[in-house]
Structure formats: C-alpha cells, structure tokens
Ligand binder design. Sequence first.
Ligand SMILES: [Zn+2]
Length: 270
Amino acid sequence: MIPFLFTLLVLFGGFTGFRLMQKKALHRRLLTSPLTEEQRRIVADQVPLTKQLPPQIAPKLEGKINLFLHQTEIIGCAGLEVTEPMRLSIAAQACLLIANSDAWYKSLRTILVYPGAFKSRQTSHDGFIVNETSEIRLGESWAFGPVVLSWPHSAQGGLDEKDGQNLVLHEFAHQLDNLSGSTNAVPLLSKGQSFAEWERVMLDAFARHEDNVAKGRKTVIDAYGAENHQEFFAVIIEAFFEKPAKLQAEEPDVYAQLSKLLHLDPVNWG
Ligand SMILES: [Zn+2]
C-alpha cells in the first residue's frame, strides 16, 4: 500500500510540476510576444503616452499587455459591452505603470467596467451595529483585486496624456502599492532603494502637500492626495507620468524616488 501511495504522490507531484512549467512557459511567451499591428495602432490611438516610451521599453510594454489580457477578465457592468479597444486601453495604461519594473499584478483576475460613475457600497461594523454607506465613485481598487473603473473616465485619462489626471494609473498605483501586502504608500521598493530614504522623502512631501492644500495653494500634485498617504502615492504617480517636468521641478526628490521605483524617466521621453 505504501509503495502505491508513494507512486501516486510522485505522479501527482510530477503532474503539478509539469503544469507549473507549462504555465511559466506560456507567460514567458506572452511577455516576449509583440502586439499585432492592429492592436499596436489601437494602443497608440487610445493611450498616446505609450508612443513616447524609449525603444528598449516599448516591447516590454507590449509583452505585459499580452499577459495582462490573458490573466484578467474585463467585465462590462450595467449594460456596458466591453470592446477590444476598451480592453487594450485599460491594459496599456495599467501596464505602462510597470512597463520597466519587475512588479506584476499577480493576484488580479477581474476588472469591472461601468458606463459611468457607479455606486459603491461599504459596510463597517461597530460592535453589533452594521453600518452601510454608499458613495458615487469613478474608480475603486480592492486589495488583491478587483479593480472597478468608469469607462468614459478611463478612456479620457488615456487620451489626454498631459492634464495630470489618469484614473487607470491612479487605481493601478493602489494595486502596485498593495503588492507589498498592504496598501500603505510603501510599495515593494527596487533593489538598492532605501526604505529610510523613501519614507523621509514621502513624509516630507506629504506634509508640504497637506499644508499647500490647507492654504489653497495649487501645485502639480492633485489636492485629493492630502486625504491620506495611499491617495498621495496614487496622485503623485499620475503627475509622474502626465506632468513629469513639473513634478521634477516642484518635488525633485519625489520624482527621483518614483523614477528609481519604476525604472522610468518620463521627463526624457518623446
Ligand atoms: Zn485612490
């Protein structure tokens, strides 16, 4: 009996290992495959910022878009029909954020897309009392997925690459933040990046931002970033991609930290 069980275990282990190898090989193939000409044209039209990527990074973005579309299901809600250009726009913006880094949205499987702003329900517990509140939102990012998006705002964020507002980059900044295990504005840092330095730069910049917002002073960083550290991280990501020169001028240390984190330098793109 024992030899039989042993053989079964070895066979099962071998099968699982084989499946894992197959999965890894498929992922490698997707990551190194280019988009079709048609897909490339759609991505360039929907997310013009991708046209500015340095030539050595552009193929990495295409590979990541392939893997993203393979791994996730993009579901239309409230009657919205999800088309190929929609899928490519969302995937391109989400992957632009991590185009040149080792980070990957490994737990993300579902993206829900609404035809506009949507009602989000939150439940909180206070002892035996359950409180339910609802809020109208344009986007939402849950720890380890899903991500919820308003399509018109996602599309507009991709089409206008210079207004400093990008809903998809914002929500996926929360996903990136969460890869460290908690959404707390401390993402998994790059090799050689110092946690102490990250913390010092971000806390200083956040305090300055809170002060600017309280005094009504407009800066390159969206006022919403003063809500908390997580939202601050998401809005500086938007500024990093869409107003890089201004962010570098106003907050050079923040720009430098994000550049190290993402291995990107958008000031020099285009
Ligand atoms: Zn947010």
